[in-house]
Structures are given as C-alpha cells and as structure tokens.
Design a protein around this ligand. Structure first.
Ligand code: 0O2
Length: 202
C-alpha cells in the first residue's frame, strides 16, 4: 500500500488539474503574443520511496498524515522559463487560481540562497470536493511549484547531483565554484532579458 493510501486518486486529480491550468495558460499566451509562456512543464507525485525517505529525514512517521498533512510537496510542479520576467507572469497567473490558498511564497530569484540557488517557490492549498487526510471536506491538497529559468534549472540539477556525491574531493572549492557560476548565470539571465526587451520594442 502506498504511503498516500486512499488519497492517491485525488492527489493525481489535483496534479492533473494544475498541469491542465498551466497548459491552458501556455496556449493563451501563445495565441495572444505568439511566444511561449514557458519552455516546459514537469508535474509529478513524489514517489512512495522518496516520500518515505523524506519522512525519515524529517523525523516524522511514515504515514499519509505526514505525507499530505505535514509535508507540502507530495505534488510538485516545475515550470522552466526562458526569461526571468516569465517567472513573475506565471507567479501572477498561479496567484489568480480560484479555490486555492497561497500557503507560502519564497522568492529565491530576487534573494538567492547563500549557495547560489535561484528559483521561485510557491506552496498552494488546492480545495477539493474530496475529503483530505485531516478529515476536512472540502479537502485541501498541497502543491509545491518551482518556477525558474533554464539556466537556474541547469545549475540546480548539477548542484543536486553534487549533494549526493559525498566523496567528491575539494568540496569547498567546488561549492565556491558553483556559487560563482550561479552568479554568472544570473547575470546572463539579466542580459537575455534585456536583449528580449530590445527586440520586442523595435
Ligand atoms: P527534495 O528531495 O527535492 O524534495 P526551509 O526548511 O524552508 O529552509 P524547505 O522546506 O526545504 O526549506 O523549502 P525550500 O527551501 O522551498 O525548498 C524546497 C525544495 O526546493 C527542495 O526540496 C529542493 O527540491 C529545492 N531546493 C531548495 N534549495 C535548494 C538548493 O540549494 N539546491 C537545489 N538543487 N535544490 C534546492 P527538498 O525538500 O530539499 O528535497
């Protein structure tokens, strides 16, 4: 039995709904401007194994209550954009969703983490007609959004891999190098944004 138990079907429905909303937004922006709202979209439900591992890491029981009531990233949606401005347009669009509460927002684009990590994070509480793990009906299912540029995403993927490779020599040098690259990529993102504006305003 999956850690999500009887709530798994609703979890899938909420994930699909978020995906559909963002796909509809992509179509709308393409129709209105001829450009993409984002480059690609990745929506997933955290696997049973990863969720159990996260519960153990956080020192909480491996239960549906922990996975869906305490933790908020059972449903994860990652939106990858070409330009920094697109991130904020998507954030505004997500803020406009009906029957959803914004639980948390973290702007690691404007305020990068000390290691150089950049991304916009949002946790949404999506209201459903189905019961949730805490017995509420309408229920609330959490969704974690990570919205970032292609450059930010490439960096995060590499840095994530490094975290799991504990035996890498000269860790400090690598951490400093990664931070330097993150700042350079952020500077490139800004330049790309400026070039886009210059082209658009011709
Ligand atoms: P996993 O395995 O990806 O789910 P906080 O306690 O508020 O400081 P919290 O709760 O981890 O931090 O929230 P935050 O900072 O919004 O991070 C949520 C997720 O963003 C993380 O999930 C990562 O996926 C990603 N993330 C955050 N910081 C970094 C970073 O420095 N590097 C990379 N590569 N990804 C990051 P989890 O729970 O850490 O793990």
């Amino acid at each position: 039995m999956s850690i999500y138990g009887e709530y798994e079907d609703t979890l899938i429905q909420v994930k699909d709904l978020m995906e559909e909303k963002l796909q509809a937004y992509q179509r709308l922006v393409q129709f209105q401007t001829g450009e993409n709202a984002y480059e690609h979209l990745l929506a997933r439900i955290k696997t049973d194994e990863s969720m159990r591992e996260k519960c153990r890491r956080k020192g909480i029981p491996e239960t549906a209550e922990s996975a869906l009531g305490t933790l908020t990233d059972a449903i994860g949606v990652r939106v990858i954009c070409s330009f920094v401005d697109d991130i904020y347009n998507i954030v505004d669009y997500i803020r406009s969703f009906e029957d959803c509460d914004i639980i948390e927002e973290k702007d690691y684009v404007k305020r990068a983490k000390p290691n150089g990590y950049r991304s916009y994070h949002m946790i949404l509480g999506v209201h459903t007609k189905d019961k949730d793990v805490l017995g509420r009906q309408p229920g609330i299912y959490y969704v974690e959004f990570q919205i970032r540029t292609i450059a930010m995403d490439t960096w995060a993927a590499l840095e994530h891999r490094m975290k799991y490779k504990k035996d890498i020599p000269n860790q400090e040098i690598l951490v400093a190098e990664l931070k330097r690259v993150a700042d350079e990529l952020a500077s490139c993102d800004l330049s790309m944004q400026t070039i886009r504006e210059l082209i658009t305003n011709v």
